[in-house]
Design a protein. Sequence first.
Length: 75
Amino acid sequence: MGKLKEGYKKIEKGTVDGYKKIEETVVGGYKKVEDKFVDKFLRKDNETIEEAKERIKKEQEELAKKNEELVNGGK
């Protein structure tokens, strides 16, 4: 039973390691595309990509707050 368990552990490790590598690749690729999009379409003059992302995040939060107030009748 010990050898079987060791075999399963190796398979488990290989599967988890493989998944993590795929996840890192996909997320890394997404972030590159996101950065290029922000740089090309959303960044303002003399603003870094990170500053643009932060500004956009704040704008979205403010918009969501205004929408919530409209939905709740200004309460």
